[in-house]
Ligand binder design. Structure first.
Ligand code: GTQ
Ligand code: FE2
Length: 319
């Protein structure tokens, strides 16, 4: 039957003498003329389809406090607010490859363990000393300014054993995983993970105090956490001295910034965003940007898909 249709098309094609007659036959065969598309498939330089954007921690925290009264981690799995890039047609990511979210775990609450193929990391914004994430059975303390990794397929859950709510910023490469489709998510067969002890040192945690000490000793204003931190995501902490503007950066990689401390403003492709501690903002691919601290020193966590761009030969950062 299928062979009959194919044979029929071949006969039809041999009788065609105009492009207009060719197009419907091609369509029926699941083919399209590359020379006659309404939109080109390739273009000379990045189209900058995602937009610069900023999210306020103050607002997110207030929203999470409301959500905390209305939904528990038993139902929510994760009580998070996803920071979707407001570009038209975009439904999920903060940048093309990465998604950022604010997450809250209330006092004496846990968020059950799971593991997934997306890589993840968290920057702690506000948390009491008895807030933990459990990564592969290792109990990791989460203090403000600390960065914790949960690489691809590592078990992880969160536990707040203290009396105050904990708030942090998650970044995952889930949009990239959605695009390429190697998505897996799994729950423990026997419920919860049994954590082992308290980890003070672990390859998955970058305590703030250590990062600050490295910056104090560094030649330049930026240090990298890990090399890179995750297969798909690199992390850098940038110190901004008051009044000093960073050199303008334009790169094919996308950069999500989370404010560790201080305040200031960034100009992203001509748009000005004022920021303060806990805020998140994004400079999508090819959007030139620079930052300036105001009032005092500030520190930004720069979260970038640079390792992906570099590995694939697509990283370009013209001077
Ligand atoms: O904390 O495990 O924001 O799995 C999104 C997915 C956080 C998490 C998010 C997640 C997590
Ligand atoms: Fe997770």
């Amino acid at each position: 039957m299928l062979d009959d249709v194919k044979a029929d098309s071949t006969r039809t094609l041999s009788g065609i003498s105009s492009l207009e007659a060719l197009y419907p036959v091609l369509k029926r065969e699941g083919m399209g003329p590359g020379w006659n598309k309404p939109e080109p498939s390739l273009w000379p330089s990045p189209r900058k389809t995602l937009v610069p954007a900023h999210w306020s921690y103050r607002t997110a925290k207030a929203a999470l406090d409301v959500a905390g009264r209305l939904i528990g981690t038993d139902l929510a799995e994760r009580r998070n607010l996803i920071l979707t890039n407001p570009a038209e047609g975009n439904a999920y990511g903060t940048s093309r490859a990465l998604v950022a979210a604010y997450q809250m775990v209330k006092a004496h609450e846990t968020a059950r363990s799971h593991r997934h193929s997306p890589n993840a990391l968290r920057l702690i914004v506000d948390a009491g000393p008895d807030t933990f994430t459990i990564v592969q059975g290792e109990k990791i303390r989460m203090l403000p300014g600390d960065v914790v990794l949960t690489p691809n397929w590592c078990w992880h859950g969160h536990a707040n054993e203290g009396d105050v709510s904990a708030y942090w910023i998650d970044v995952l490469d889930a949009p990239l995983v959605q695009l390429l489709e190697p998505m897996f998510l799994e729950y423990p067969k026997d419920g919860v993970e049994n954590p082992r002890g308290d980890a003070h040192r672990s390859p998955v945690v970058f305590p703030l105090a250590e990062t600050m000490a490295r910056l104090d000793a560094a030649d330049g204003p930026e240090v990298e956490l890990g090399a890179p931190a995750l297969d798909t995501i690199a992390l850098h902490v940038r110190r901004l001295e008051p009044g000093e503007a960073t050199p303008a950066l334009r790169t094919t990689a996308s950069n999500i910034y989370a404010v560790i401390d201080g305040e200031g403003q960034s100009i992203i492709d001509g748009q000005v965003f004022a920021w303060t501690r806990g805020d998140v903002f994004v400079a999508p691919s090819w959007r030139e940007h620079s930052h300036r601290a105001q009032g005092g020193r500030a520190h930004l966590l720069r979260v970038t898909d640079e390792p992906v761009m570099h590995k694939l030969g697509w990283l370009r950062t013209p001077g």
